[in-house]
Design a protein around this ligand. Sequence first.
Ligand code: NI
Length: 188
Amino acid sequence: MAIRTILEVPDPLLKQISAPVTVFDAELRTLVSDMFETMYDAPGIGLAAVQVGVPLRVLVIDLQERDKDAEAESCGDEGCGHDHRPVKRTPRVFINPEILDPSEDYSVYQEGCLSVPEIYADVERPATIRARWQDLDGTVHEEDMAGLMATCLQHEMDHLEGILFIDHLSRLKRSMALKKLEKLRKAA
Ligand code: NI
């Protein structure tokens, strides 16, 4: 496994449309394990292959939510209000994903992206979807998704079409976000 370099705006490859996966081989497994390592290291909750320079329809997602069944670990400050339950890893791979049935009702999440570092903005997307995808063996799966999982999958699927979350913002908000990013880079 290896950590790969994450491309950032305005890298032209991020605008490229990713090609379907047709060969489910060892090279694909290596790509996926590298993508997980890169995503956990960043850290982030989702990554598309094109973000590490491989324009194939491959996504990894791990929402890394708190483990509801686990005992909270104390931070020594009773009643600090934070969730001290350990984070549970649930790595998921989506190859050649499709959205079958987006809902008419929308939900809003504050999104960020490893290719647009330090920038966060509210994006509206269908609240529930039915998704179809293939796993590393090429087996087809279908599942109804809601909440953060539905939003995250849609964000990652946008990458396969060369779309970033800032492309969903108004022109003004988008240029403000890019200016802010430029300033942060200069300061760094
Ligand atoms: Ni992203």
